[in-house]
Design a protein around this ligand. Structure first.
Ligand code: FAD
Ligand code: NAD
Length: 395
């Protein structure tokens, strides 16, 4: 009989772990595995706040896919997926078509702008190597422009919309970068303004209040101005309009106000919530038994019936179970129920500063920063073993 064909879309956390597990566990000729990704590298999304701020090189946040997969076992196709056709068991690429028996969707998230006018057009996002390279260059360009037009102090103003973990990690890095930028461009540091604007009554809504207060204190001392309980209502090329009708002029506007699933899932006719598919216990689409969804495109409910936040941690764990269940389908054995094990949350606040909750322990300061490095290195170890830890670890 014909060898079953598995196609994995996206080499992010969920997709790459699925591919790596499959290549390890599948026997010769048990399945044809194809991995499709837009770029020939995987990016370490959890490091992207650093190259975005310019405190690290973009190269350090990417890993060549061919260094992670064994080409004898997994076919890698560098292409952009443009359409999923679940009824025909096909995916359309920019330059071809692939048929599958089993599909894994791991295309990641997209910025959620909640229909706020101008945000999509005028705000920048931290979501890929290309986008963070753009942010870094944009920031330097603002400093250069200010030197030519010294009355335009707004070029030195930053607005970061949303104080979730992405916004908080980014401003920590940005604050660390400012002194070097000021020195390079001969700019008075007093002129630089960084606003982190958050609609909810607190930064990091839902996170431990004591650690949130600690984080805000650290960041305020580094020069960040928080505007909490202040929703962004509109964005223009010149700045943002916030609740209370205040207009903040800014040369750099970065939207970290939330993410949604990939738009192609709605277009393909899947039932979604903000572009994300609520998966079955086996990580399958409730509509199509042969389609698995992992990472930011999926929703897994916790015991209280609320979605777990979309993280690299859950995506990685899903990749393991997804691979297991694909093999179970092929071998006609029992699939495994996915159960998320929360190993904790640690977020960086810049150099040697972080906050975190691991088990019942609250961590802050340098201890938390060291924990963050361990968590990051553990992931590098999972996908690429010791060599990758040595090459890409940020010690
Ligand atoms: P992603 O990692 O989003 O990757 C998707 C992949 O699909 C990419 O390789 C992309 O190129 C590819 N792709 C997209 N569209 C197409 C297409 N049309 N065709 C082909 N390929 C395509 N989570 C944590 O748990 N811990 C953290 O410390 C943490 N830190 C973070 C820091 C930052 C700055 C950010 C932005 C996020 C952070 N997260 C963290 C969240 C985490 O990064 C995401 O939840 C995670 O990346 C989701 O993984 P994924 O498998 O859905 O795919
Ligand atoms: P998020 O959805 O967690 O946070 C977005 C924030 O923007 C929220 O606080 C929201 O209230 C605010 N917001 C929404 N609309 C707004 C408006 N109009 N004006 C002002 N503020 C507004 O998004 P995120 O921070 O990008 O995180 C995405 C996912 O990635 C989360 O699951 C997060 O846990 C995960 N993540 C984890 C880490 C880490 O563990 N270190 C780091 C980054 C991201």
């Amino acid at each position: 009989s014909r060898i079953p064909r598995i196609v994995i879309l996206g080499a992010g956390y969920g997709g790459i772990v699925t591919a790596i597990r499959l290549q390890k566990e599948l026997n010769y000729n048990e399945a044809d595995v194809t991995l499709v990704n837009k770029h020939d590298y995987h990016y370490i999304t959890t490091h992207l706040h650093m190259p975005a701020a310019g405190t690290d090189k973009p190269e350090n946040a990417r890993v060549d896919i061919l260094k992670l997969i064994d080409e004898f076992k997994v076919d890698f196709v560098k292409s952009t997926v443009t359409q999923i056709r679940p009824h025909e068991k096909k995916v359309i690429l920019e330059d071809g078509t692939l048929s599958y028996d089993y599909l894994v969707v791991g295309l990641g998230g997209e910025p959620e702008t909640f229909g706020i006018p101008g945000l999509k057009e005028h705000a920048l996002n931290i979501r890929s190597i290309n986008s963070v390279r753009f942010i870094r260059e944009h920031i330097e360009y603002q400093f250069a422009k200010y030197k030519r037009e010294p009355d335009r102090k707004d070029y030195l103003t930053f607005v970061i919309g949303g104080a979730g973990f992405t916004g908080i990690e980014f401003i920590g890095e940005l604050a660390d970068r400012i002194p070097a930028l000021c020195k390079e461009f001969d700019v008075d540091p007093e002129l630089v303004k960084i606003y982190n604007i958050e609609a909810a009554p607190t930064a990091l809504p839902g996170f431990d209040p004591e650690l949130v207060a600690y984080a805000m204190d650290v960041l305020e001392k580094k020069g960040i101005t928080f505007k909490i309980g202040t929703a962004i209502k509109e964005c223009t090329p010149e700045g943002v309009l916030v609740a209370g009708d205040e207009f903040i002029k800014a040369g750099t506007i970065i939207w970290t106000g939330g993410i949604r699933g990939n738009h192609m899932l709605d277009e393909a006719g899947f039932e979604t919530m903000r572009g994300r598919i609520k998966v079955s216990e086996f990580l399958r689409s409730p509509q199509f038994d042969n389609i698995y969804i992992v990472g930011d495109c999926s929703i897994v409910m916790n015991d209280e019936g609320r979605p777990f936040p979309p993280t690299a941690q859950i995506a990685t764990q899903q990749g393991e179970v997804c691979a297991y269940n694909l093999i179970a389908s092929i071998r006609n054995t029992e699939p495994k129920t996915f159960k998320f094990t929360n190993k904790g949350v640690v977020a960086s606040l810049g150099k040697r500063q972080a906050i975190g909750v691991v088990g019942s322990r609250k961590l802050k300061g340098n201890t938390a920063a060291m924990m963050k490095k361990i968590v990051d290195m553990r992931y590098l170890y999972i996908i690429g073993g010791i060599p990758l830890v040595i090459r890409k670890g940020r010690f």
